[in-house]
Design a protein around this ligand. Structure first.
Ligand SMILES: NC(=O)c1ccc[n+]([C@@H]2O[C@H](COP(=O)([O-])OP(=O)(O)OC[C@H]3O[C@@H](n4cnc5c(N)ncnc54)[C@H](OP(=O)(O)O)[C@@H]3O)[C@@H](O)[C@H]2O)c1
Length: 319
């Protein structure tokens, strides 16, 4: 069977990564599943599924022998798929999937020893969901690949990230940005690179024996750079696009580590998570599989275009 005969069942299509996935999968049969379709997506290729809801889709509504690719929260996908597997089993049917590729997060590694409870709970939730998804796929004899991406950025269609776009916005608002003298490493991955990896893994997993071992892959961009260099590259890109963009003119101010901690300290009683997020600027959140080695292509330096220049209206933190 050639890979193009498998339809793609896509969750999380309304993220920037999902939009990039739709662009990359153009010409292939795709069914988008979720609470709402991306703008302009044809109704006949949309399956209304609330991963948090109680109702399951009817077996007839599901595409046959599909590659399930998900950029939705894994803690919603895992129980949904387990419930669907059990419900179909009750009808004497099986999950009509040829492979499952789902996004977890590198936070499962990097926030393992976080000082705040919220982050440690996130790690537990991610690990539990990864285990559960693997168990369902093992029961159903479906090859399973779990991606643990780090900092996702970039624009696809009308969708942009909520990470680097927020840093650009902050640099636009501030005349100077205090930073610790030594910042930690980052390995940001563009949504298009993540989408290409997910499709690549889905296609290759579908060619593997049904009982092939599941894989968990921590995935990053091709370039590892310090947090400060990442900001400088963003500033460079902003100046190239628009010399008047104030993000390009914000002064990055390296401070001695002790002084930086002192400045951040007032955050601690207000938000322990926020305080730790500021201190994380000094942590190395890198060392993941570079996307080019997974795809077997030339490495792409940071930043990969297109960037999201402004954050979307709803905002989330770096994960
Ligand atoms: N952002 C990062 O830096 C980062 C880092 C590591 C891992 N990740 C993971 O990478 C993936 C993409 O991240 P993101 O930040 O771009 O996306 P996100 O903000 O976590 O978006 C989640 C996606 O899941 C869909 N979704 C949420 N609840 C749903 C429900 N109840 N039923 C059906 N669909 C639902 C959303 O659709 P609607 O809201 O449109 O319905 C949206 O398309 C996620 O799996 C995330 O956990 C993200």
């Amino acid at each position: 069977m050639t890979e193009t005969t498998h339809p793609i069942l896509l969750f999380g299509a309304t993220t920037a990564t999902g939009a990039a996935c739709l662009e990359l999968a153009a010409g292939r049969p795709v069914v988008v599943a979720g609470r709402r379709p991306p703008q302009g997506w044809p109704g006949e290729s949309f399956l209304a599924i609330d991963l948090n809801g109680t109702s399951l889709p009817s077996p007839e509504a599901l595409p046959e022998n599909a590659l399930l690719v998900s950029f939705a929260p894994i803690w919603l996908l895992a129980p949904f798929l387990a419930a669907l597997h059990d419900s179909l089993g009750g009808l004497g049917r099986r999950l009509p999937l040829a492979a499952v590729v789902a996004c977890s997060s590198s936070s499962v590694i990097t926030k393992r020893f976080a000082a705040n409870r919220e982050d440690r709970r996130l790690v537990e939730r991610l690990l539990h969901s990864e285990d559960s998804l693997e168990a369902t796929c093992a029961k159903a004899a479906i090859p399973c690949r779990i991606l643990r991406p780090t900092l996702i950025y970039g624009q696809a269609g009308d969708r942009g990230d909520q990470n680097l776009s927020r840093l650009l916005q902050m640099m636009r608002r501030l005349p100077l940005l205090p930073l610790p003298a030594e910042t930690g490493k980052r390995q940001p991955i563009h949504g298009r690179q993540l989408a290409a990896s997910a499709l690549h893994l889905a296609d290759s997993a579908a060619r593997e024996p049904a009982d092939s071992a599941s894989l968990r892959i921590a995935l990053g961009g091709d370039e590892t750079l310090s947090y400060t260099t990442m900001l400088q590259r963003l500033q460079q890109a902003a100046r190239q696009r628009d010399p008047l963009d104030r993000a390009g003119r914000c002064r990055l101010l390296p401070l001695p580590t002790g002084l930086f901690h002192l400045l951040a300290a007032p955050l601690l009683p207000i938000t322990a998570k926020g305080f730790e997020a500021v201190l994380r600027m000094e942590a190395n959140l890198a060392g993941f599989t570079p996307v080019h080695s997974l795809l077997g292509i030339e490495p792409e330096p940071f930043p990969v275009a297109p960037l999201a220049w402004h954050p979307p209206s709803r905002s989330l933190g770096e994960s």
